[in-house]
Design a protein around this ligand. Structure first.
Ligand code: TPP
Ligand code: SF4
Ligand code: SF4
Ligand code: SF4
Length: 621
């Protein structure tokens, strides 16, 4: 209302009094049904705007001000010639010759954007830091990173690049630092909010107080070696020493989706193939011209494709079948080679690979051996053919990425079909409980009593339980996770899901701007914690592999709800607003929701009884 008033006053498109009368009519129409108080506040906003407009006499030089040079490093031609014009809305002026004939856009280009949009960014207080790396894990934009450096590297560092002695075994020769990328940070504040140090080791400070000092330090950080093999990769701390292969995405500040996707790239990124459903994850994942998925120092990174809203599962399954076919052919060629006159060394490597082709580490180890041995065998046509297929040596990790709208509703037929194939495919559902990317329409993941588009008086039907539907198959690995609530459980779920030789489904709770978290998106991770504590979101893992050990495959990882569920609902506009618009309906639906979720926990607790041994049918080989 304030901006509209200012616009009509300044633009003078119609007489201002007339315009403001229309505006006030509109206010009456929009808010009249809600309350007179809201109408009056909006009227006051209009009147006060007129009273408080101040003319700013800006210097004439501003009109001719040129773009200042970018804070990034030397820019590739693509960035200079294509990306920058597109980012400044000049893309239509580019000639066709500016693009490559195959239409390929390079990846990892968000690192050149350097938007500097944050108001406040974190400042690291070295002495308070306990080196847990949790800040890096929760950051939606990969703009806060831990680094391990040697004494020599510390000695060569620019002024201000402070670091402390590393803690932890195997790290005694290294120094530790948290580096902030101030120009790519969105200022959401989640890192500082969750920092568990007794005295906070991250404090939010105005961007202009930080950038001048931190930009050169970030540049130095970028050139330091990535030390990702000193701490176990499958731990919270260790995972964050691995390079995120999804960085500086344009997701909203505090987005709940990106931290999961980023973490998955840190665990499996260099051998991952992702089939992405349309939705927020396809927009922050691959919008032109800047792309956040990137490669590591060896040039490996996720292969990513976005097909349609409705078929990400089938699309990823197609990728899987294509690679399976090619790897089976490779295995045939190796078996054939074993029967010929090749060196024992090569035979050993090939046998090792054939025994381990479905194992990530084993296939990489023997594959690397073959990569070292085969180039000397160019004259042997069969070995040359095998060498040509070296990209297939390492076992691939297939991931379907989808929002709840795609997974629960529009693409469900395909999701169900692909998970039921019993193939080794993984799915991440980023559950924001609405269609986020199109403005918050209700999906089957929207719980009872939640207000969303198409559910203005609160959703009447319960949240579809994708977890329990999928567990009923008996051979699908299923986990329900929430990063802010339990990072170790999340790590276990991701690692187990990926290692499981069959289909896996991870359902991740994702706070989103469409939910209206009253505490703000800087509390997104905290909201994930409250959701679990209150019983709104359960944590569990269903691991079919445990059945072979005679164990109950279902493990409930969250504690009994602490009775704060109604309070949790009051903290989000999607629930709280129903109390104002339809108070009786709110009482009825929210009580129903509490009953549903209480009962759900009781049922899950029953399923987790360790004396229960699953009797479900197994797929026959
Ligand atoms: C068949 C089809 N219908 C509608 C759309 C428009 N559309 C694009 S993304 C989207 C919502 C995605 O919601 P969700 O799957 O929950 O993912 P989120 O944005 O929440 O991550 C819709 C409706 C489309 N692309 N294709
Ligand atoms: S404020 Fe938000 S975007 Fe910035 S470093 Fe912290 S978590 Fe990342
Ligand atoms: S969360 Fe806090 S204590 Fe942990 S590494 Fe980050 S700054 Fe240090
Ligand atoms: S709309 Fe929601 S899911 Fe989409 S980027 Fe923003 S916070 Fe993330």
């Amino acid at each position: 209302m304030i901006m509209q008033t200012a616009f009509f006053k300044l633009a003078n498109v119609i007489p201002v009094d007339e315009a403001l009368a229309y505006l006030k009519d509109q206010i009456q129409n929009l808010f009249g049904k809600k309350s007179q108080k809201i109408v009056d506040m909006n009227f006051a906003a209009v009147d006060k705007t007129l009273e408080n407009l101040v003319e700013i006499d800006y210097p004439q030089t501003w009109a001719e001000a040129a773009d200042s040079s970018r804070a990034g490093k030397d820019e590739p031609d693509f960035v200079r010639n294509v990306m920058r014009p597109m980012l400044t809305q000049q893309g239509d002026k580019l000639p066709v010759s500016a693009f490559t004939p195959d239409g390929i856009f390079p990846v990892g280009t968000t690192r050149y954007e350097k938007r500097g949009v944050a108001i406040n960014v974190p400042e690291w207080i070295m002495d308070n830091c306990i080196q847990c790396n949790q800040c890096a894990m929760v950051c939606p934009h990969a703009t806060i990173r831990p680094v391990l450096l040697t004494e020599e590297e510390l000695g060569n560092a620019p002024e201000g690049f402070e670091a402390k002695k590393s803690v932890g075994k195997d790290l005694k020769d290294y120094y530790f630092r948290i580096q902030v990328d101030t120009l790519d940070c969105y200022g959401c504040g989640n890192c500082a909010d969750i920092c568990p140090a007794k005295k906070k080791a991250l404090v939010m400070k105005p961007l202009e107080t930080q950038s001048e000092k931190q930009i050169p330090l970030w540049r130095y950080f970028e050139d330091l070696p990535v030390r990702d093999n000193l701490v176990g990769r499958n731990t919270v701390k260790g995972s964050q020493f691995c390079q995120p292969l999804l960085e500086f995405s344009g997701a909203c500040a505090g987005c709940g989706e990106t931290p999961y996707a980023k973490l998955i790239t840190q665990l499996f990124g260099e051998r991952m193939l992702i089939g992405n459903a349309t939705g927020c994850s396809s927009i922050w994942g691959g919008s032109a011209p800047a792309i956040p998925y990137c490669v590591n120092k060896d040039g490996f990174g996720p292969t990513w494709g976005n097909s349609l809203f409705e078929d990400s599962a089938e699309f990823t399954y197609g990728m899987l079948l294509g690679i399976f076919q090619q790897r089976n052919k490779l295995a045939d060629l190796m078996r054939q080679a074993l029967g010929t006159d090749v060196s024992q060394e090569i035979k050993d490597a090939m046998s090792g690979w054939l025994d381990n082709m479905k194992d990530a580490e084993g296939s990489r180890k023997y594959g690397d051996r073959l990569k070292a041995l085969l180039p000397a065998q160019k004259d042997n046509a069969l070995l040359a053919e095998i060498a040509e297929k070296s990209k297939l040596f390492t076992k691939k990790s297939f991931w379907i990425f989808a929002g709840d709208g795609a997974a629960y509703d529009i693409g469900y037929g395909g999701v169900d079909h692909v998970l039921a194939t019993n193939e080794d495919i993984n799915m991440l559902i980023m559950d924001t409980e609405v269609y986020s990317n199109t403005g918050g329409q209700s999906s089957k993941a929207t719980p009872t009593g939640s207000v969303a588009r198409f559910a203005a008086s609160g959703k009447k039907t319960p949240k579809k339980d994708m977890g329990r539907i999928s567990m009923s198959y008996g051979y699908i690995y299923v986990a329900s996770v929430s990063m802010g609530a339990n990072k170790q459980q999340l790590m276990k779920a991701l690692v187990e899901a990926e290692a499981y030789d069959g289909p896996s489904l991870i359902i991740a709770y994702c706070p989103c701007i469409n939910q209206g978290i009253l505490a703000g998106m800087g509390k997104a991770q905290e909201e994930e914690k409250l959701a679990v504590q209150s019983g709104y979101w359960p944590l569990y893992r269903y691991n079919p592999a445990l059945k072979a050990e005679g164990k109950n495959p279902f493990i409930l990882d969250s504690k009994e709800p602490d009775g704060s569920l109604k309070k949790f609902l009051e903290g989000e506009i999607r629930y709280a607003s129903l109390k104002r618009t339809f108070p009786e309906e709110a009482e009825r639906l929210h009580t129903t929701l509490v009953d549903q979720f209480t009962k759900r926990y009781e049922e899950l607790a029953h399923m987790a009884d360790p004396t229960l041994v699953c009797k479900q049918e197994e797929p026959v080989e």
